[in-house]
Design a protein around this ligand. Structure first.
Ligand code: KIV
Ligand code: NA
Length: 264
């Protein structure tokens, strides 16, 4: 099997083919999603919430994300694995972004990095691309800036749509191979997708993006509680696991497990 390359994603856009991206933070989901044909896996800083149990993406560190990224790379044969740069590891300047990205590329053997910000991060994107590191940009709502943005809210409504467009052009110009748009009105995302030549990846950005991304635990219903409107649940894994755990515990209590076949 051949690895998916950024070039293949560009060809998909040129041919009008859409694709789906998922997060992954461990070997089993990575292997399953890879076998399912998901072409791009993101080791998101959303591991902060979805693996480490924090309430925002801010606390997770490079040292915590590198082993998760390495596991996802090792468990896949085909997917292009994107490493998300966590809060505090790239914003200062190009040198900081370079040093962090090199760690993901060398220690985890990631195939690309992702960072948040449009016009503000164009310098970092350019420096990484010049160093041979493919960059996926992320504009619209950027969770690492939630304290500046005033919480989870749609970005680019009304006149602010022009800011989204300016950010999109800036990251394309800086050399990003794709751009995630999070919580952006559908008509704004559609316009960006039409005007840019690089692929757009939507999350809460409507149906007209070139690709979509979801957090895997949201996609399979592992996370419970109130879910953002842009999430669709394709399974009810929370129930599957809860029922399995209950049945196992019952069988242990009742003496139905283990039996002779489980015994040496
Ligand atoms: O960290 C993450 O999961 C992300 C995606 C939602 C795009 O950045
Ligand atoms: Na992220």
């Amino acid at each position: 099997t051949k690895r998916v390359r950024t070039r293949d994603l560009q060809l998909a856009k040129d041919n009008g083919e859409r694709w789906a991206m998922l997060t992954s933070y461990d070997q089993y989901t990575a292997g399953i999603f890879d076998a399912a044909g998901i072409p791009v896996l993101l080791v998101g800083d959303s591991a902060s919430n979805n693996v480490f149990g924090h309430s925002t993406t801010l606390p997770v560190t490079v040292d915590e994300l590198i082993p998760l990224t390495r596991a996802v790379v090792k468990a896949t044969q085909r997917a292009l694995v994107v490493a998300d740069l966590p809060f505090g590891s790239y914003e200062l300047n190009a040198e900081q972004a370079f040093n962090t990205s090199v760690r993901f590329m060398k220690e985890a053997e990631a195939h690309a990095v992702k960072l948040e910000g449009g016009r503000k991060r164009a310098g970092q994107i350019r420096a990484l691309v010049d160093a041979g590191i493919p960059v996926m940009a992320h504009i619209g709502f950027t969770p690492q800036s939630e304290h500046t943005m005033g919480g989870y809210r749609v970005q680019g409504r009304g006149e602010a749509g022009a800011d989204i467009l300016a950010d999109a052009y800036a990251v394309q110009e800086a050399g990003a191979f794709a751009v995630v748009m999070e919580m952006v009105p559908g008509d704004v995302a559609a316009r960006v997708t039409k005007e840019l030549h690089i692929p757009t990846v939507g999350i809460g950005a409507g149906a007209d993006c070139d690709a979509q991304v979801l957090v895997w635990q949201d996609m399979v219903g592992l996370r419970s509680g109130p879910m953002p409107r842009f999430v669709k649940r394709y399974a009810d894994m929370a129930s599957v696991l809860e029922n399995a755990a209950k049945t196992y515990a019952e069988e242990v209590r009742g003496g139905q497990f283990p039996t002779i076949e489980h015994t040496f």
